[in-house]
Unconditional design. Structure first.
Length: 290
């Protein structure tokens, strides 16, 4: 699986600046990649159907990225191949006053899927160790002094530990979490921002805050790298995928989704002997109808 090159499970450090933002190093044939993506989407649909019928395990995909990396289009073009009845997409925006009055995992825990279903998090609780850390927003929290004791580094080291424990708790309760970082280059981000400015149909996607956040590009990259290293585990791995070529990114994501579904419980329930006998009786009755 090509995506394995970009997988981090805590066994080795992540160096985002050493990782490519495009697929040029992967010797790509675009037509073959598109064909493989289509096949993956078909397998995804079949595996999801079995996952839902099995009902023993839930699957959570976390998508994180810098602005204009393609999270929305990835969800549309890859996850759109799944049955919407068994998928819940949640986009986590800036927390409101009610959410800020609770612990940082509260709003996320409410969005968990039932076992047998899939959740897709467009941003997530990781914002609370990314944007919060970059902009020192933890200083604005209405929390007791004891929670702010120590250095900034110590504060976020605690959060990393809380996230690892939370993800282990979910894994121990029948959920698999797969975390994907879409690794877009600063040059490609600029190109996509300009497209949003020049295309009236994309103006709504752009705001002045995007340019302000771009000024922190290098700081975000360093923070993402630290977060990946601190929270990647074999049970809840990270993938830092090249995002400059959307068609290749979508292929890699489809690989990851298929691989994750294969690892889940996805067997159709087997009926008891008495239930099978009832099915035979029903067949007899139906065939006897005029």
């Amino acid at each position: 699986m090509k995506a394995d090159r970009y997988r981090f499970d805590g066994s080795h450090p992540c160096d985002l600046r050493a990782l490519p933002c495009d697929g040029k190093q992967d010797d790509l044939d675009k037509e073959k990649i598109l064909a493989k993506t289509a096949r993956n989407l078909e397998e995804m649909a079949a595996l999801q159907d079995a996952l839902y019928a099995d009902g023993r395990e839930g699957l959570i995909f976390v998508l994180q990225a810098l602005d204009a990396a393609g999270k929305d289009s990835t969800i549309k073009h890859v996850m759109g191949g799944l049955n919407p009845q068994g998928v819940r997409v949640t986009s986590f925006k800036q927390p409101n006053s009610e959410e800020l009055s609770h612990d940082f995992l509260w709003r996320v825990h409410k969005a968990l899927p039932s076992r047998g279903s899939i959740a897709i998090f467009n941003r997530s609780y990781y914002e609370d160790v990314l944007v919060v850390q970059v902009h020192d927003l933890q200083k604005t929290y209405k929390m007791p002094p004891r929670t702010q004791e120590g250095s900034k580094k110590e504060f976020f080291q605690k959060r990393y530990r809380q996230i690892r424990h939370y993800e282990q708790y979910l894994y121990d309760n029948g959920y698999r979490i797969v975390k994907i970082f879409l690794h877009v280059s600063k040059e490609e981000q600029k190109k996509r921002f300009l497209q949003r400015i020049d295309n009236p149909a994309k103006n709504w996607k752009f705001s002045l805050s995007d340019v302000k956040e771009r000024a922190h590009f290098a700081e975000y990259l360093d923070t993402f790298q630290e977060v990946i290293d601190a929270t990647a585990t074999p049970e809840s791995p990270w993938y830092a995928l090249p995002a400059d070529q959307k068609w290749y990114t979508r292929y890699l994501v489809s690989e990851i989704v298929v691989d994750s579904l294969r690892q889940c419980c996805h067997q159709y329930p087997r009926l008891r002997e008495d239930a099978l006998a009832e099915l035979k009786d029903c067949r007899t009755q139906l065939e006897a109808e005029d």
